[in-house]
Design a protein around this ligand. Structure first.
Ligand SMILES: [Zn+2]
Ligand SMILES: [Zn+2]
Length: 366
């Protein structure tokens, strides 16, 4: 009796202990996380540095220069096109002026009035402007087409160079990947070197404190370390292997729990049995077969585990004398005369409620 019945305390106290246990686990988890992360922050292989070392830098420079000249050419083409647009406006303007002047002249000729010198001069001037604009527009067109050809050539070169560069980068990338993998493994080893001793400490704590009042300490620390170990493994080991490890661990845990439950059912522990008996007596049903215990004032009533609460709150109708009682369904002894004081007591609970005698009741029966 003594090892199972430690003082449980008020529920708020118990709740507080559990809450603090969770807080302890979280704090441990964070602390371990900080330590492990600080360890894992050693710099790995630097890809940019590797490329500078292993890639032909003249190619890279040529590529950069090509990109620059492509950008410049595009900008020049844009500028020429803008000038062309302005010219087009100007050309259509002078064309309109010219047409108006021509129409005016025609009208004058129809009226047999000779155009004045100024009018003729204005017409000649607008014709000249129109033609020169046309010429400039053509020149710009030629220039733009030349520039576009140049741009096409540059872009073709750029594409070719890009392909070459990409091919040259393949072995560098492969080597970088390999170096990175090695670095990751070293980091994982370093972290595990911290975590494994912690895991052993947690295990020792668990073994020492299990079942005792300080068990929650072991659970909190153990859970924190275990979760961190799993996370680190997940981070560094290829998921191809990791999933097997994870599944294996889960299988072990599930099997362990299953075996435990089956064993408890097959050969129940005393505390577990007593809990069952106590709950059955509270509900006035036989602990072995759950048949209602119809005795005393409840002799002619009907109830089950759900309705017993309502029933039991009614005042007892009669005051019959307490008699020994056996379950009529499974013939288990449920109430009997106390060997010490002679009063009737629960057969399957450890203590007589009259004299406090804790004679070993026949709790293994059934
Ligand atoms: Zn029974
Ligand atoms: Zn007694």
């Amino acid at each position: 009796m003594s090892e199972t019945q430690h003082n449980k305390g008020p529920w708020f106290h118990r709740f507080l202990i559990k809450l603090l246990g969770v807080a302890l686990a979280l704090l441990c988890f964070w602390l371990i996380g900080f330590v492990v992360n600080d360890l894992g922050h050693l710099p790995g292989p630097n890809y940019i540095e590797m490329e500078e070392r292993m890639l032909d830098q003249s190619l890279v420079e040529r590529y950069g220069a090509l990109k620059d000249s492509i950008r410049d050419t595009k900008r020049t083409i844009g500028e020429q096109q803008k000038r062309q647009t302005l010219l087009r406006d100007s050309t259509s303007n002078s064309q309109r002026t010219m047409n108006q002047l021509l129409a005016f002249q025609k009208l004058s000729l129809e009226k047999d009035v000779a155009p004045s010198v100024e009018e003729q001069q204005a017409l000649a001037e607008s014709q000249r402007l129109f033609l020169s604009n046309q010429k400039a527009y053509q020149d710009l067109n030629e220039r733009i087409s030349e520039l576009t050809d140049h741009l096409d050539g540059l872009e073709a070169q750029e594409r070719e160079l890009k392909t070459t560069l990409n091919e040259a980068r393949i072995p560098i990338r492969a080597e970088h990947r390999q170096l990175q993998r090695g670095h990751d493994l070293r980091m994982a080893g370093l972290k595990m070197a911290v975590l494994l001793p912690l895991l052993i400490v947690a295990l020792v704590l668990f073994i020492k404190l299990r079942g005792g009042p300080y068990a929650i300490l072991a659970y909190a620390v153990g859970a924190a370390v275990l979760v961190k170990v799993v996370l680190v493994m997940h981070e560094y080991f290829p998921s191809r292997y990791f999933k097997y490890i994870l599944i294996g661990v889960c299988l072990l845990i599930v099997l362990r729990a299953l075996f435990y439950l089956i064993r408890v059912l097959a050969r129940p522990q005393r505390s577990w049995l007593l809990k069952q008996y106590r709950e059955a007596y509270e509900a006035f049903v036989c602990p072995v077969c759950a048949y209602p215990i119809r005795r005393g004032p409840m002799k002619y009533l009907y109830w089950d585990r759900r309705s017993i609460r309502k029933l039991a709150s009614r005042p007892a109708a009669t005051d019959e004398p307490d008699e020994p009682y056996a379950c009529p369904a499974c013939s288990t002894r449920l109430y009997e005369k106390c060997a010490k004081c002679g009063e009737v007591r629960h057969s399957m609970l450890p203590t007589c409620q009259n004299c406090g005698d804790t004679a070993e009741a026949d709790s293994e029966s059934g």
